[in-house]
Design a protein. Structure first.
Length: 50
């Protein structure tokens, strides 16, 4: 799931004209894998009625 999300995010940012060096800086500041785990935790809790 992490590689798919990383690819999706990279493609999305590239399509909107974000330069490669900015994409890399963003990945360092806010790693994609952390977003995946956070979103998965959110949806798991949301599905449990929390």
């Amino acid at each position: 799931m992490v590689p798919a999300f990383q690819g999706f995010l990279h493609e999305l940012l590239s399509e909107h004209g974000v330069p490669e060096e900015v994409i890399q800086d963003y990945e360092i500041a806010d790693p994609s894998f952390m977003s995946v785990y956070g979103l998965a935790r959110y949806w798991k809790k949301k599905g449990a009625g929390a």
